[in-house]
Design a protein around this ligand. Sequence first.
Ligand code: ATP
Length: 452
Amino acid sequence: MASNVTMDTIVSLCKRRGFVFPSSEIYGGFGSTYDYGPLGVELLRNVRNLWWRAMVQEREDVVGLEASILGPSAVWEASGHVSNFTDPLVDCKNCRMRWREDHLLEGNYEAEYGATKRDAAGKLLCPNCGGELTDPRKFNMMFKTFVGVVEDTASVAYLRPETAQGMFYNFSNVLGSMRRKLPFGIAQVGKSFRNEITPGNFVFRTREFEQMEMEFFVKPGSDDDWHSYWIEERFQWYLKYGIKKENLRIRPHTKDELSFYSKATSDVEYEFPWGWGELEGIANRTNYDLTQHAKHSGKDLSYFDEETKEHIVPYVIEPAAGATRTALTFLIDAYAEEPDKDETRIVLHLHPAIAPVKVAVLPLSKKEPLVNLSKEVAKKLRRKWVVQYDESQSIGKRYRRQDEIGTPFCITVDFQSLEDNAVTIRDRDTMEQIRVPIAELSSMLEGKLALD
Ligand code: ATP
C-alpha cells in the first residue's frame, strides 16, 4: 500500500511551506491551475535536471531541443490531434456533473469515483448521484487560439498538448545539423496544455502542466528491443531517486486502450493515495508521426541507411513523463510522520538530489560572533548548493522546519565553533550529529549530496 498520507495533508504542506499555491488565489483561484512557490520551483527544477542528466547529458545518443509552444493548425492536423485528441464527454442530466465516459468503465477510475454504476439495461449512470447520463460527445482537448488581429480560420493556432511533435517536425534539422546515425533520440522538457474535462487530484491532472519527453528513432525491426530497454531504464530512474519499489509498477496497455498510433505502450504507474495512476507512458509510436508529417508537409523525412543504401522511415520509442506529476509523486512518497521523543515529527525523506534545500545553517544563538560565523559558512556553501540560513526560534523548532521540507543536512554553529572552527552536522533521516571542521565541510557535503 502507498504511504498513508492523504492528499489534504500534502496540499496543506505544499501551501504552508511554499511548494505549490493555487493560481490567482486572491481572485478566487482559476480552475486547476497552480503556481510553484520558492521551494516548489527548486523541486521541479531538480526533477527536470535529473531527467535531463539521465536522458541527454549522460548519453551519447540523445540530444536536446526546445520547440515553441504555439503551433499552426497544420502541425496538429498532420499529427492527428485535430481529429483524434478527443475524450468522450458525458453530462449527468440530474446533477449536471461532467465525466469522461472512458473513466467510468469498470476498473478504470474506481478509486477516484467509486464503483461503476449501471441501470437495469446496463447503461452507465452518474457515479455521483446515479442519474441518467447524456450520450457521449467528442470533446477536443486542445486549447485553440488565434494569431494576429483577425480571428479567422487561417489564423487558428493551438497550444501544444504534448511536446513530442516538436521533435518530429525538427527531425531533419537535428539529423542534418548534428550528423546523427540511428539509433538516436531528441529530448525536450516543457509545458503542455490540455483542456481536461476532469482535472483534479491537485497537480496530478491540470490543464497546464510540464512534460519530459524523448523521441528515440530506431531502425524498424529493432523497435521491440528498444521499447523493452526504455521501459526498464525509466522504471530504474524513479527507483534511483528514491521512489519506494512497492509503490511502483509497470503496466502494459491492453489492445483496446492503445492510442491509435501505438504498436505497444507500457505505463510506469505509482500507487497514489486514491489508487494506481500513470507517471509515464513508454510507447512504440512506429513510423506514424514522421510518415504523417512527411505527407502533410510534402518534405522528405526519411533517413538514408548507409549499410543497406536504402531510405527508411525510422520507428520511434517514446518515454513520455510528466515533470509536475513526478514532483508531486516525490513529495507523496517521501512524506512521513514519525514519533520523536513525545512529539511527532513530519519529515520528507527526499533523495538529496531531489530535495529543494540541501543544507540549513543554524546558529545556536543570535549573538553576533555566532551569526557572523554562520553567515560566512552559509555564504561559502551557497556557491554550490541551495542553502537556508535560519536563526529564529529554538534549535528544535528549526530542525522540525527543515525536516518538513526535506533538507538533508542541518549545520549547527555553536560557541565551541568559535574556538575549534568546527560545526555539527545533523542528518535528517537518522538525526545523528557529528562534529566536522569547517575546512572540511564542503568536501564532506559533496560526498553526501552526490547526485548518484
Ligand atoms: P492520462 O491517461 O493520465 O490522461 P495520458 O496517457 O493522456 O495521461 P500522455 O499523453 O502519455 O498521458 O502524457 C505523458 C505524461 O504527461 C503522463 O504520463 C503524465 O505524467 C503527464 N500528463 C499528461 N496529462 C497531464 C495532465 N493533464 N496533468 C499533469 N500531467 C499530465
